[in-house]
Design a protein around this ligand. Structure first.
Ligand code: FAD
Length: 452
């Protein structure tokens, strides 16, 4: 019986990842490349727990006719190792589309990108348990010293000293809607599962909240779903804006910008973030803006307006009225109130990362925080811990607040970060301890919770 086997309930694992989306898969690619290079797996017992049934990429919002918004070189591996067998080029080669893709003259579609991700994931199936979401992470402490964590799923409890948070960002749900979630009130992350709820024809009157890419796509999709659907497109500000598409703001996604961002004080980081936010959030593509505006205009021409724009609108209240919903909007400039009656509500309100990921709630006494309360995560993605021995928690795409815009909801850093995570993990092995990654944890992390 080893030191972790208590009551025979738990399995011990060398590395556990929560999530097997692009970030998790990219890490598995790096571990696999490492094993192939050295003829030996760096860790014998590695498990990625994925709550989804497969690795379809944002499957509930995989709409036909949508493209990826990054260069295909920023796939799961190429920036780390262009010779990896898990590249998009290898995928195209194997599918017999390398030349044909070259003639396409547009980015890969989201459907193709999802197929690529699934193609890679299928080759790494031994790393993952699908349909096994992580429900909780519990501390394993002795006399207040954190020595391991227990990762709890519906199927079992797994003890580990190395935990990687690859679970992505959380859907942002405005408070006014949270009590009504379910049925015909849903976030875009549930879109395709919920729009045809109950079968039969699609509901007629919709409200879509938000001004970003997802909201724009939902509006266009609902208008196209049937010739009679009505959509109220509700915005806090002026309506849909075109995202920052120029080269200069998008230099924020260059890998060296992570170093720059990470070095800044928390208050500066949020200023910098605000400046470049619209490169990835709250903006739509120019062609989408053109299409939505045309729809609005043609509605005026025909006198049959199906797209109704509500700008400068705050949501005051939401109520269920029979099978429908009444939503009161208030113009934030004039105070004028409008009541809408709709059959369904789509929250195109994007995603967010909280200061502390909910799964780490019970570990809070051991977590170090930055001045602004966010998790202290060092440049090598190691979450700062106090009163702990031999435990490592790594942020894999969950450190937007400390590493910047390219390190969260973007493919930009996925491949390079996987190498840094692999190095950090391998540095915890006894024979590797001498070569621990070069930079120490940020010394500026000051907020320390009471010792448990
Ligand atoms: C519709 C849409 C389109 C996008 N298009 C682009 C694009 O073109 N280019 C770009 O760079 N970025 C795009 N993004 C941003 C995108 O989120 C990231 O690029 C990428 O998916 C991030 O990968 P990730 O693995 O960090 O997170 P995710 O893709 O969110 O993957 C996280 C995984 O973890 C799983 N998970 C979560 N919680 C748990 C749990 N408790 N237990 C087990 N598993 C869990 C989830 O099921 C998911 O599979 C898009 C996002 C959306 C929503």
């Amino acid at each position: 019986m080893n030191q972790f086997e208590i009551e025979g309930l738990r399995q011990e694992l060398d590395v556990v990842s929560v999530g097997f989306g692009p970030a998790g898969i990219a890490l598995a690619c790096a571990l696999e490349d490492e094993a192939e290079d050295n003829g030996k797996k760096p860790f014998a017992r590695v498990r990625f727990f994925e709550k989804g049934r497969d690795s379809t990429w944002h499957g509930a919002f995989l709409l036909a006719g949508t493209d990826i918004n990054h260069h295909v070189f920023r796939d799961l591996v190429t920036p780390r190792n262009p010779r990896s067998r898990f590249s998009f080029a290898m995928y195209l080669k194997e599918k017999g589309r390398l030349y044909k893709f070259g003639l396409l003259g547009r980015p890969a579609s989201r459907v193709e990108w999802s197929d690529y991700i699934g193609w890679v994931a299928a080759q790494l199936k031994d790393y993952v348990s699908y349909d096994e979401g992580v429900l909780d992470v519990l501390p394993v402490a002795e006399k207040g010293i954190l020595r391991a964590v227990d990762v709890v799923t519906a199927q079992g409890t797994y003890r580990t000293k190395r935990l990687v948070l690859s679970h992505g960002s959380l859907p942002r749900i405005p408070e006014a809607f949270s009590a009504h979630l379910g049925g015909r009130v849903f976030h875009t992350s549930q879109y395709l599962k919920n729009i045809h709820l109950g079968g039969g024809p699609i509901a007629q009157r919709w409200l879509v909240l938000g001004s970003g890419q997802s909201a724009g796509e939902a509006v266009a999709h609902l208008l196209g779903a049937a010739p009679t659907t009505q959509v109220h497109s509700v915005h806090r500000g002026v309506g849909f804006r075109v995202g920052q598409l120029g080269q200069f703001p998008n230099m924020a996604f260059l890998p060296e910008q992570v170093d720059y961002f990470h070095e800044l004080e928390p208050a500066r980081r949020s200023k910098v973030f605000d400046e470049i936010r619209s490169t990835n959030y709250a903006g739509i593509d120019a062609d989408e803006s053109q299409a939505l505006y045309s729809f609005l205009y043609e509605g005026e021409v025909s006198g049959h307006q199906r797209l109704n724009l509500h700008t400068w609108s705050d949501v005051v209240s939401v109520e269920k009225v029979g099978d429908a919903y009444s939503v009161v909007l208030r113009d934030s400039n004039t105070g004028l109130e409008t009541t809408l009656y709709v059959d369904g509500i789509v929250l195109g309100t994007g995603y967010e990362q909280l200061a502390v990921p909910p799964l780490l709630t019970l570990l809070q006494p051991w977590l170090l925080r930055d001045e602004d309360g966010t998790l202290a995560v060092d440049r090598h993605y190691r979450v700062g811990l106090q009163h702990s021995e031999g435990v490592q928690i790594l942020a894999n795409g969950t450190s937007e607040k400390t590493h910047g815009i390219s390190d969260a909801q973007s493919f930009s850093m996925v491949a390079l970060r996987a190498q840094q995570l692999t190095d950090a993990l391998m540095a915890t092995q006894p024979r590797q301890l001498a070569s621990v990654v070069s930079h120490p944890a940020r010394s500026r992390s000051i907020r320390v919770e009471a010792r448990p």
